[in-house]
Ligand binder design. Structure first.
Ligand code: PMP
Length: 434
C-alpha cells in the first residue's frame, strides 16, 4: 500500500526504516523517528495526537511558529503565479523585493545579495567570493582564518572552515588547510587577538570567518561584540576580508535583527539562511559590499562568479522570506522577542550558582546551560542521548550538544510553554543527579 495520511504508525516506521536514511543519525542503534503530522505555533503534533514543544525551533530555523497561516498564504499565492525560473539571465519580483528589503535592514556597506539555498552553501559562496576577489585583482592569497570550535556547515569548504569537530574525522585529510585562532571567549580575548595579529602579519590571508557572538554547534559558546570589533578592525588594517556567518544568529535570535548590529564595525560578507524564510523553505543569501562586487566586473569573462544552484532565488522561498519579514517587523513579533529575552534572562539569573551548573549563558533569545559532566564534553556524550529522551518523554524537543542544554524557541512560544521547558530542565538536573 502507498503511504498516505491514513497509513498506520507501524507501517510508516517500517517503510521509513526500509527506504530512508536520516541526518545525524546512527541508523543501527537510533530509536525509530517520531512521526510528526502537524505543527502549530511552537508545537509539533505526532500521529497519536501528542504535542511536543519545539524548544530548538526545528534545527534553529523556525521563528514564527509552525504552519503559520500568513506565510502559507503567501507561498500558495506565489505557487500559482510563478513557482520557479532559472535565475541566470532571468529575474522575478519576489527576488528583487527581498534583496532590496534585506539590504535596507543590513548596515550600509553591505549592498548586494547573492542567493542560494542552505547555510552551508551560503558559507561556501562567501569563501569562494573572498578567494576570487583577490584572484580577480591579481593578488591571489591562500589562507583562510577561522575560530577554534567553529561550525560553518557540511560542504567541504564549510567543513574546512569548521573547527576540529570529531564529526568530520572521516574527511580530515581531504579538507583544505585553515589557520585557527582561539575563540575570543571570556578570558581568551587577548590571546585570540594576539594569534590573529601574528597570522595577519605573516600575510597571505584572504579572509577571516566567524559566527558572530554565538558559536552554535561548537556548544553555544558566547563572546562579546567589543572583542569581535577589535578582530574585525585588525583584519581591516591588514586588508583581509571578514565573513560573518549569521546562518544561526540572523533574524532576531540575538535580540537584534542581525548579530552584526551589535557591532560598531561591519563585515565585508554576511551569510544568512535558516530563519530567512521563517524556517519554512530552504533559501539562503550571501551579501557583500560594492568593493567585492566590483572586483568581479570585467571585460574578461574569466572574472565572472561562476556559481549558481538550480534553485537559486526560488520564488516560493523568496515569497516565504518576504512574508516572514512582514511578521518579523510587526509589533507583535518584536514584543515576543523582547518577552523571550526577558524570560530567558530571568531563568539564567535563577540558575546562576546552581550546584549542577558549570555555566549558564544567554545572548538575546538563546539560552545555554552547561552542566557539570562526569564525561568529557563532546557530541558523543552518552548522557546527551539520555537527556534527549528524558525531554521527549516530557513532550519537549530539546537536543543537548554534549553537556550543553540550549533553549532556542520560535518567538511565538507562550509563557506557559516556556515555563514547562524551564521546569523540565530543572527536573533533568535532579533526575540525572547532575
Ligand atoms: N553556519 C552555521 C553557523 C550553522 O549553525 C549552520 C547549521 N547549523 C550552518 C552554517 C549550515 O547550515 P545548513 O544546515 O543550512 O547547511
Amino acid at each position: 500500500m502507498k503511504v498516505s495520511a491514513e497509513t498506520s504508525q507501524s507501517e510508516l516506521l517500517e517503510k521509513d526504516r526500509r527506504f530512508v536514511w536520516h541526518p545525524y543519525t546512527q541508523m543501527l542503534s537510533a530509536p525509530p523517528p517520531l512521526p510528526i503530522v502537524r505543527g502549530t505555533g511552537a508545537l509539533l503534533v505526532d500521529d497519536q495526537g501528542n504535542t511536543y514543544i519545539d524548544a530548538v525551533s526545528s534545527w534553529w530555523v523556525n521563528i514564527h511558529g509552525h504552519s503559520h497561516p500568513y506565510i502559507a498564504k503567501k507561498i500558495a499565492q506565489q505557487a500559482t503565479t510563478l513557482e520557479h525560473v532559472i535565475f541566470a539571465g532571468f529575474t522575478h519580483p519576489p527576488a528583487v523585493a527581498l534583496a532590496e528589503r534585506l539590504i535596507d535592514h543590513l548596515p550600509d556597506p553591505l549592498s548586494k545579495v547573492f542567493y542560494s539555498d542552505n547555510g552551508s552553501t551560503a558559507v561556501e559562496i562567501a569563501i569562494k567570493m573572498a578567494i576570487q576577489y583577490y584572484h580577480n585583482r591579481d593578488q591571489p592569497k591562500k589562507k583562510l582564518i577561522a575560530l577554534d570550535q567553529a561550525f560553518h556547515g557540511e560542504t567541504f569548504g564549510a567543513m574546512s572552515a569548521s573547527g576540529d569537530l570529531s564529526l568530520n574525522n572521516a574527511f580530515k585529510n581531504q579538507l583544505f588547510e585553515v589557520a585557527r585562532i582561539p575563540a575570543p571567549l571570556k578570558g581568551k580575548e587577548a590571546e585570540s587577538e594576539k594569534v590573529l595579529e601574528q597570522l595577519l602579519q605573516e600575510g597571505d590571508a584572504y579572509a577571516f570567518i566567524f559566527e558572530p557572538l554565538i558559536m552554535g554547534a561548537g556548544g553555544m559558546l558566547m563572546y562579546e561584540p567589543a572583542i569581535l570589533d577589535k578582530l574585525i578592525r585588525l583584519c581591516q588594517k591588514h586588508g583581509v576580508l571578514t565573513i560573518a556567518d549569521e546562518v544561526m544568529t540572523g533574524f532576531g535570535r540575538t535580540g537584534q535583527l542581525f548579530a552584526i548590529q551589535h557591532l560598531a564595525t561591519c563585515p565585508d560578507l554576511i551569510c544568512l539562511a535558516k530563519g530567512l524564510t521563517g524556517g519554512v523553505l530552504p533559501l539562503a543569501v550571501t551579501c557583500c559590499t560594492d568593493k567585492i562586487y566590483e572586483a568581479f566586473l570585467s571585460e574578461d569573462k574569466g572574472k565572472t562568479f561562476f556559481h549558481g544552484h538550480s534553485f537559486t532565488a526560488n520564488p516560493l522561498g523568496c515569497a516565504a522570506a518576504l512574508a516572514s519579514l512582514d511578521l518579523l517587523e510587526g509589533a507583535e513579533c518584536q514584543e515576543n522577542i523582547s518577552r523571550v529575552v526577558r524570560r530567558q534572562r530571568a531563568f539564567r539569573e535563577k540558575m546562576e550558582g546552581h550546584a549542577a551548573v558549570k555555566d549558564i549563558r544567554q545572548t538575546g533569545t538563546i539560552l545555554a546551560l552547561e552542566f557539570n559532566s562526569p564525561e568529557k564534553t563532546s557530541y558523543f556524550n552518552q548522557l546527551r542521548d539520555q537527556l534527549y529522551q528524558f525531554f521527549l518523554d516530557r513532550r519537549i524537543l530539546l537536543r543537548p550538544l554534549g553537556n550543553v542544554i540550549y533553549f532556542m524557541p520560535p518567538y511565538c512560544i507562550s509563557d506557559k510553554e516556556m515555563t514547562e521547558v524551564y521546569q523540565a530542565i530543572e527536573d533533568a538536573l535532579v533526575h540525572f543527579n547532575l
